[in-house]
Design a protein around this ligand. Structure first.
Ligand code: VG1
Ligand code: CO
Length: 543
């Protein structure tokens, strides 16, 4: 088969964000758009000739088309083996595991995660390196630079690979192997957790509700929860991945997983509720009558992880993204292990995990994971919770109450202002940055600002520095607000405001979050002038 060199011209907008390149489907459908980005990835890498590449996605609209394109281009560029999930499916954590297990050079993951899917909705492409994790900024910067100068891409003429049948096909000089997307991942979970104990818990009448949101975790959750752990059929809801996620946002939060939340707050609620996002790396945890914030979930998982066989040896350290609450810090303190505070996005955890400095990582945006892969992992968090519940035999509510009584409680909320005019959002951030130096010492109502800065991160492993990662306003007494712009949206700008108030263990631990942080919410407007800049008087989403 002859390799074809196709002339192309750059697109100016292929800068990867927090987690790869995300655009509307019609943008990706422009001739050469996906090809340019895939070629820019390959052109930014060295030494992959004859090596393996993993390709898979979350099954959203346009997934299969781009997978065929990427297969032809990977073969034309010289990869020797291409591993593809059957049906074009691989959850993000499963792709990370497959890359690691088979010693692949890297992987291409097609997903826009929690963003909606469909002909006019979102699509995305992300490159992961050989440790299974998202490419670090050094590589994403190189990919973007290449995309602005690209003049040709390589492909070859070959029929589409049958993605629905396991087995091998030769494409050019490469072997394409279609693999079971679930088996390797399910095996990994079984190696980490006490499946017998969880099976016994379920056998005792413990009821689980898992909402896969018509996204990628359906087949994984059905295999693990219903087949291997014996939960009754119907435990997994919305378990068939749909190209448009049934018309919903596959975002496991209190807004988009509201049906599950309402059920968990109802009279005959199951004992444990969970949901995951489009590509399976996020998780929502709701106990009977209690929503566990992702920041709290990270802290509670870290405090109890030793109860699962895979973590019985203890944790080397905990890492959290900067906007994530400080709840995990107190656990790290109690365990006598280091706590790392990184910028938003899983790519910053990879070095810490590779170096053995951190075992468990998490983000306030419903992402938790460990050193078993190099991505956050929604079902992993669900299974670790179930393992802990199987050992402790207490309710989620009781576990949370004991946790707060020991460590104190970090009341926490995130306010998102979506689809804001990009220039207005930039102006807000620029103005805030300019005022930082003058803020310490000033009072807003009863609150006094102790410190204010623009978060910068020095990677303790490779020494790289990342600046402008979010503005922090720290108040006396341990409360804080953080401001940053989203790096995953596809239209306009999203302003994220993170609000946190710490209540010591001997304080009032049973308040409504909204009441507990009301004075901070008022301070946000005084500090940042969101209404003045954007005309908005209330956030679109509160999580
Ligand atoms: C958001 C979250 C961040 C997460 C990222 C990717 O980024 O805040 O914590 O790592 O999405 O998650 P941003 O830049 O929009 O705030 V996922 O599940 O999209 O892969
Ligand atoms: Co995701």
């Amino acid at each position: 088969m002859t390799i074809r060199e196709v002339a192309t011209t750059p697109f100016p907008d292929q800068k990867p964000g927090t987690s790869g390149l995300r655009k509307k489907v019609p943008v990706f459908q422009q001739p050469g758009y996906a090809e340019n980005f895939v070629q820019s990835i390959f052109d930014s890498l060295d030494g992959f000739s004859g090596k393996a590449l993993v390709i898979g996605g979350d099954g959203r609209f346009y997934n299969r088309e781009v997978i065929q394109t990427a297969i032809r281009m990977a073969a034309a560029n010289g990869f020797g083996l291409i591993l593809v999930g059957r049906g074009g499916i691989l959850s993000t954590p499963a792709a990370s595991h497959v890359i690691r297990k088979y010693g692949a050079f890297g992987g291409i993951i097609l997903s826009a995660s929690h963003n909606p899917g469909g002909p006019t909705e979102d699509f995305g492409i992300k490159y992961n390196i050989s440790n299974g994790g998202p490419a670090p900024e050094k590589i994403t910067d190189a990919i973007f630079a290449r995309s602005t100068a690209i003049a040709r891409y390589l492909t070859l003429d070959a029929p589409d690979v049958d993605l629905d049948r396991d087995g091998e096909t030769i494409v050019g000089g490469a072997t394409v192997r279609v693999i079971d997307p679930v088996a390797d991942y399910a095996g990994l979970m079984e190696s980490l957790f006490d499946f017998d104990a969880i099976r016994a818990l379920i056998g005792s009448g413990f009821r689980i509700a898992m909402d896969s949101m018509s996204a990628v975790t359906g087949p994984y959750a059905t295999e693990i929860l219903e087949r291997r752990l014996g939960a009754p059929a119907g435990t997994v809801r919305n378990g068939v991945p749909l190209p448009d996620f049934g018309g919903h946002h596959p975002d496991p939060n209190l807004i988009h997983a509201k049906a599950l939340y309402d059920e968990m707050m109802g009279a005959d609620a199951p004992d444990f509720g969970a949901a995951s996002d489009g590509d399976g790396d996020r998780n929502l945890i709701v106990g009977k009558g209690i929503f566990v914030t992702p920041s709290d979930s990270l802290a509670m998982l870290a405090a109890n992880a030793h109860l699962a066989p895979g973590y019985a040896r203890g944790l080397a350290g905990i890492a959290r993204s900067m906007p994530t609450s400080g709840a995990a810090d107190r656990v790290a303190d109690a365990l006598g292990i280091p706590l790392f505070e990184t910028p938003t996005g899983w790519k910053f955890f990879g070095n810490l995990l590779d170096a053995g400095k951190a075992t468990i990582c998490g983000e306030e945006s419903a992402g938790t994971g460990s050193d078993h892969v190099r991505e956050k992992d929604g079902l992993w968090a669900v299974l670790l919770w179930l393992n802990i519940l199987a050992v402790r035999r207490q309710s989620v509510q009781a576990i949370a109450a004991e946790h707060w009584a020991r460590f104190g409680r970090n009341y926490y909320a995130r306010h998102d202002y979506e689809g804001v005019d990009a220039a207005a959002a930039d102006a807000l951030m620029t103005e805030l940055r300019a005022r930082l130096a003058g803020l310490p010492g000033t009072a807003i109502g009863v609150l006094r600002i102790e410190a204010a800065d623009d978060f910068a991160y020095l990677d303790p492993v490779d020494g790289s520095e990342s600046r402008h990662q979010g503005i922090r306003i720290l108040f006396e007494g341990g409360s804080r607000t953080v401001f940053r712009l989203s790096g995953t949206g596809t239209s306009g700008a999203t302003i994220r405001v993170y609000i946190e108030r710490y209540e010591p263990a001997d304080g009032d631990l049973g308040r409504q979050t909204g009441d507990a942080i009301a004075d901070l919410i008022a301070a946000v407007e005084a500090i940042a002038g969101i209404t003045r800049h954007t005309g908005r008087t209330a956030p679109d989403v509160v999580t």
